[in-house]
Ligand binder design. Structure first.
Ligand SMILES: Cc1cc2nc3c(=O)[nH]c(=O)nc-3n(C[C@H](O)[C@H](O)[C@H](O)COP(=O)(O)OP(=O)(O)OC[C@H]3O[C@@H](n4cnc5c(N)ncnc54)[C@H](O)[C@@H]3O)c2cc1C
Ligand code: FES
Length: 272
């Protein structure tokens, strides 16, 4: 029997650590896909370092080696502690959780846009859609060249990559929104998939709505249980839980989420 959702942490050994950028590391570990199922790109895991537990998107789904990867940006106490781990160290994993990206496309033109560590789920979905024979263009955006994630590996497997840096140190100079407008000048797409800072996603959402292009966005909200019980990650006004109905929302749903691009809530529920 496949247990799709593991609600008690499974303790795994970190098999490999890749230093992707000065601030982002990818951690690879074995995952028994016969037992726990194959995660869908866009789903996430709860990572437990035996002190605290936080959500991380699955960036790598290797069905051959039966390995998963998460790509973690060092931004605070928990992620900094993860960055101190070595190959052979152990972490706890529960999941996979949430509703991922749609993957039932063939021979479609897809634009995938990732900002910063938002490239983590974008890497997973881009790989899956390329395997299924789609034509995938990727806008890999970052503040500077050093912070561009998965740009080369996606190019190697056939994606058309548009690197984009805020400071112009590599590729298109400007924000992901500017690069998106530039790419849309000469190309048409059947679907756009997006993950990144919400301010970036809101800009892209406005661009896509003006042009009536279909899309799916991966949202982030503060998470505690990740299994739809605590209500921490509910969205206004629908009450949809990002951990259960999301983190990926389609156009029809996103248009109903008033708080998108306006505010989110901290751990105490206060609007930020
Ligand atoms: C569905 C989902 C997928 C994510 N995927 C990735 C990923 O692939 N790579 C990555 O580096 N980060 C990812 N994050 C964000 C990651 O969970 C936070 O960066 C991390 O929890 C920060 O913890 P910290 O103690 O290091 O920093 P803190 O200083 O505690 O927080 C820094 C920032 O992270 C946010 N954060 C803190 N705790 C949580 C929490 N429990 N749930 C949600 N956000 C939190 C805070 O709101 C704050 O904005 C994801 C978040 C969600 C909700
Ligand atoms: S984190 Fe508890 S309901 Fe989503």
């Amino acid at each position: 029997m496949v247990i799709k959702m593991v609600n008690a942490p499974v303790i795994v050994e970190i098999k490999k650590i890749i230093e992707e950028t000065p601030t982002i590391k990818t951690f690879l570990f074995d995952w028994d896909m016969d037992k726990y199922g194959i995660p869908n790109p866009g789903e996430f895991l709860m990572i437990w370092n035996f002190e605290n537990e936080k959500p991380m998107s699955i960036s790598i789904i290797d069905k051959v080696k039966m390995q998963l990867g998460i790509s973690v940006k060092d931004v605070g106490e928990f992620t900094h502690a993860l960055h101190q781990l070595k190959e052979g160290d152990k972490i706890g994993i529960r999941g996979s959780y949430g509703h991922g990206f749609s993957t039932d496309f063939e021979d479609k033109k897809i634009l995938a846009i990732g900002g910063g560590v938002g490239m983590a789920p974008i890497n997973a979905i881009s790989r899956e859609l390329l395997i299924k024979g789609n034509d995938v263009s990727v806008i890999a955006a970052g503040v500077t060249y050093d912070e561009l994630l998965f740009m080369n590996s996606l190019k190697e497997i056939g994606a058309t990559v548009h690197p984009c840096t805020d400071d112009g140190s590599f590729g298109f100079k400007g924000f992901a929104t500017d690069c998106c407008l530039d790419v849309l000048k000469d190309n048409e797409f059947d679907m756009v998939v997006v993950c990144g800072p919400e301010i970036m996603m809101k800009g892209i959402y406005d661009i896509l709505n003006e042009r009536d292009i279909d899309y799916e966005f991966s949202l982030e909200r503060y998470m505690k249980c990740a299994i739809g019980i605590c209500g921490q990650c509910c969205l206004d006004p629908t009450g949809w839980r990002v951990c259960a109905e999301g983190p990926v929302f389609n156009k029809e749903n996103l248009l109903q989420i008033d708080e998108f691009g306006k505010y989110k809530r901290d751990a105490s529920g206060t609007k930020l």
